[in-house]
Design a protein around this ligand. Structure first.
Ligand code: 5AD
Ligand code: SF4
Length: 348
């Protein structure tokens, strides 16, 4: 058994607030990443399919209770075109993300989108779904239509805290159950949390990292929490430069400590990092992440998909230049599967 950090050590690393010590932590995590995934960055073209959502999470800008949002839904043709662009640009995989809707119409729509993407790429484009909680039969239908991976963040693995972040109609147990169902259906399963939420403790983050291991996740997507003024949680938080710097450091530390603890999983460097500082996502790569999800949704729709404010404009050419300048290589044309997914399926 390789040495695994103890809870007190995880807490110590997450609490580092000296800049130089934080840099040492990022460098150590980067070394571990190099050993397991090399200096390769896998791209997933992110397609934001629609911002209609039945849920009302207290932190999220597109919660159903936010009447200021103009709602949109892409057509199948638009989704197909974006996926085709991703395929032609050699992205290797795409993510279909949208607010959570459970209905037969939604299930069929996604099935059709998946069939079209499989057809245009001869089954080569990897597809990840991020469409919230669904029943096992829905997850199965989407798996059969070609989806290989699924992202469903636990947001916080501490049940009591999860309950503070969501209305009472949302269920922590169902969220956990959905992660199990996805695993049973042989998806590569991704989850993650927001970091730096009001009231969140280091102990809870340690619990989250240990949850990632006990749930045997293949992919981790985490990002700093960003206050949105039209939400109950974000309304009174001042988005000062000090606050931003703190959120950025918290997000990077969480990536680094997760890499030190889990080694072979895919870890995404998310847009929320970029919303805090130019170069935020590149910093995530140097702190141990190995996946980037450039937004490939057309600009006209993108402005309505504001989970948080200050969402950066997509300049994917610049992003790719910067990734290369940081000493990383793009995993062009590969779907960039999680190494952990394959190792966990080997007989033990
Ligand atoms: N700040 C940061 N991340 C957020 N998300 C939703 N709202 C916010 C916010 N205000 C994240 C959640 C969700 C993912 C799609 O976006 O973790 O799972
Ligand atoms: Fe809907 Fe997801 Fe936002 Fe919650 S976080 S309101 S489920 S889009």
């Amino acid at each position: 058994m390789p040495y695994a950090l103890r809870p007190s050590e995880l807490a110590f690393l997450l609490s580092l607030d000296d800049r130089a010590e934080q840099q040492e932590l990022y460098a150590a995590a980067y070394e571990v990443k190099l050993r397991h995934t090399g200096n390769l960055v896998s791209l997933r073209g992110l397609i934001e399919m629609g911002n209609v959502c039945a849920k009302n999470c207290f932190y999220c800008g597109i919660r159903s209770g936010n009447k200021k949002v103009e709602r949109f839904q892409l057509s199948l043709d638009e989704i197909e075109n974006m996926a085709l662009t991703a395929y032609r640009n050699n992205y290797g995989s795409v993510v279909l993300q949208a607010g959570e809707i459970e209905s037969e119409a939604r299930t069929e729509f996604v099935e059709e989108a998946l069939r079209r993407i499989m057809k245009l790429s001869d089954g080569k484009l990897g597809v990840t779904l991020s469409l919230g909680e669904q029943t096992k039969s829905v997850y199965r239908r989407w798996r059969e239509a070609g989806a290989r991976r699924y992202l469903l963040r636990i947001e916080s693995s501490t049940e009591a805290f999860y309950k503070m972040l969501h209305p009472s109609s949302h269920s922590y147990r169902r969220r956990r159950r959905c992660l199990e169902l996805l695993r049973e259906l042989d998806y590569q399963v991704g989850s993650g949390v927001m970091v730096g939420l009001p009231g969140q403790t280091v102990g809870q983050l340690v619990h989250d990292i240990r949850f990632f291991r006990s749930a045997d996740l293949d992919m981790i997507g985490m990002g700093p929490y960003l206050p949105h003024p039209d939400t109950p949680l974000g309304r009174d938080i001042a988005f000062t430069p000090e606050y931003r710097a703190k959120q950025l450091a918290s997000g990077l530390k969480m990536i680094a400590v997760t890499r030190l603890y889990l080694h072979d999983v895919n870890i995404a460097s998310t847009t929320a990092l970029q919303a805090l500082a130019p170069g935020g996502r590149e910093a995530g790569l140097l702190a141990g992440a190995n996946v980037i999800m450039p937004n490939i949704t057309d600009a006209g729709h993108r402005k309505n998909y504001n989970l948080y404010v200050n969402k950066p404009d997509a300049d994917n050419d610049l992003l790719i230049e910067n990734i290369t300048a940081a000493g990383e290589r793009i995993n062009w044309g590969e779907s960039g599967d999680s190494a952990h997914y394959f190792s966990r399926r080997l007989p033990r």
